[in-house]
Design a protein around this ligand. Structure first.
Ligand SMILES: C[S@@+](CC[C@H](N)C(=O)[O-])C[C@H]1O[C@@H](n2cnc3c(N)ncnc32)[C@H](O)[C@@H]1O
Length: 206
């Protein structure tokens, strides 16, 4: 794998537990995320309101909980997940095995800044709890704007919201960082809204 770089929020390389899950620690992190971030995935899925036949890209799918919910709880057409962690690919592939076999789900290596996807190829792009980890916020936003279809929507969320869990509280981004995300999105998209669910701060851009 290429050097993942340092997160734009901390200036530090990603940790092996959750930011770039690696080895046995990363598998443990994936299991923890599958339990702790579940309500966040649900809230973002509800906001996304994926319509029948829409193509969906999930960026940084981690253990694959949201991918599995996209399969069972929506009528999305093509569902593509990208993540740089081979360990998370194994975990997500287990959760979506049947949908991979019938070609509804595809898992590929990739990051927000380098998705490897063709231009204007998705109706909906979702990314939950990854934006603070990206090495280059502006490059990630530019790349997601490139692969979103005109008229499509991007939902980018991070731990927060009106009632964050105790575990999530230490990960909430300070207001200045959230404003920086808003500004980066405003530079790449025609419209950007900031929303708060119970457990997430969410940006919806189109
Ligand atoms: C904190 S986990 C979140 C996983 C899942 N979305 C969730 O909410 O439970 C971060 C995930 O983003 C992936 N990741 C790391 N660097 C990334 C990047 N530059 N772009 C996209 N995803 C990245 C990691 O491999 C990991 O699976």
């Amino acid at each position: 794998m290429t050097d993942p770089g340092r997160a734009w929020t901390t200036g530090k390389p990603p940790n092996k537990l959750a930011a770039l899950p690696t080895g046995p620690l990363g598998m443990l992190g994936g299991w923890m995320m599958s339990r702790m971030n579940r309500s966040e995935q649900r809230e973002v899925l509800d906001l996304a309101a994926v319509a029948a036949g829409e193509s969906v890209l999930e960026v940084g799918y981690g253990p694959g909980v949201l991918l599995a919910d996209l399969v069972t709880d929506t009528k999305a057409g093509r569902i593509v997940g990208i993540d740089p962690s081979p360990e998370m690919r194994v975990a997500a592939a287990k959760r979506t095995a049947a949908a991979i076999v019938n070609h509804r789900v595809r898992l590929e290596p990739g990051t927000a800044e380098a998705t490897g996807q063709p231009p204007a190829s998705f109706d909906v792009i979702l990314s939950v709890n990854t934006v603070a980890i990206w090495p280059d916020l502006d490059a990630g936003v530019r790349e997601l704007a490139r692969v979103l279809r005109p008229g499509g929507r991007l939902l980018l969320s991070w731990h927060g919201g009106t009632a964050p869990t105790r575990a999530a509280r230490s990960m909430i981004l300070p207001e200045e960082r959230l404003e920086r995300v808003h500004a980066a999105l405003a530079a790449g998209f025609a419209s950007v809204e900031r929303l708060r669910t119970e457990h997430c701060d969410v940006f919806r851009a189109s």
